[in-house]
Design a protein around this ligand. Structure first.
Ligand SMILES: [Mg+2]
Length: 220
């Protein structure tokens, strides 16, 4: 497969940490000197994800460029769009993403929901990955059942894309037996060097803030 300017962040489910990961990846790549932006092309039920991605890329793009399609209802984007008598077409989405990619080395794209959640008029994240020839990153909570969920997503990807995929296991606030063993178990089915673990960042940030306010109090 030709190398692509797109990294596509998908997940085994909705609300599994795609935005946290995509924002962190974007920030890290920029710190390493790459010219990167992140897109959340379709939002339903609020544009918070798009705002986070925009900020992670140093507000280089307008919110409407990060997120051209947004719908009020907190439903699958396809249904939310229909409620407003609108629809999103794959070709329009691809055209927008490619326009952004002409100005940057790399574009991180966050899907909505999971790989096969309906995104727009007759397409889902899998169709978008193929249309953009994007490298998929599968985000999955590191809990009991993760190995099955990751394997299902890998099976659903076309083989050339599954071969390029990376897996990110999002660790729980406190490690347990499944979260300690999932990586090894998954490595029986998928190359170990393409499986990563992400710490529980929300927890970490809360702890950091607590630590900071404590030290501030101490220095007063
Ligand atoms: Mg998200």
């Amino acid at each position: 497969m030709k190398s692509s300017r797109f990294i596509f962040v998908t997940g085994t489910d909705t609300d599994v940490g795609k935005t946290v990961f995509a924002a962190d990846l974007t920030r890290t790549l920029i710190q390493l000197g790459a010219r990167v932006v992140a897109l959340k092309p379709i939002c339903s039920g609020g544009r918070d994800d798009a705002r986070k991605l925009r900020s992670a890329a140093g507000n280089a793009l307008s919110l409407d460029d990060v997120n051209p399609w947004h719908f009020r209802a907190a439903l699958s984007p396809d249904l939310a769009a229909r409620r407003e008598k609108k629809c999103v077409r794959l070709a329009a989405l691809v055209a927008h993403a490619e326009k952004m990619a002409r100005r940057y080395e790399l574009v991180v794209v966050e899907g909505a929901g999971g790989l096969l959640s309906p995104l727009g008029e007759g397409f889902d994240s899998r169709d978008l990955i193929v249309a953009l020839r994007a490298r998929p990153i599968i985000v999955c909570p590191n809990r009991l059942g993760a190995v099955n969920q990751v394997r299902l997503v890998l099976e659903a990807l076309p083989v050339t894309y599954a071969k390029q995929a990376r897996v990110v296991l999002v660790n729980p606030p406190h490690a347990d037996a499944p979260s300690r063993s999932n990586r090894l178990l998954l490595a029986k089915f998928f190359p170990a060097d393409r499986i990563f673990e992400m710490p529980w960042l929300k927890q970490k940030r809360t702890l950091d803030l607590k630590a900071r306010s404590k030290s501030r109090r101490r220095t007063k």
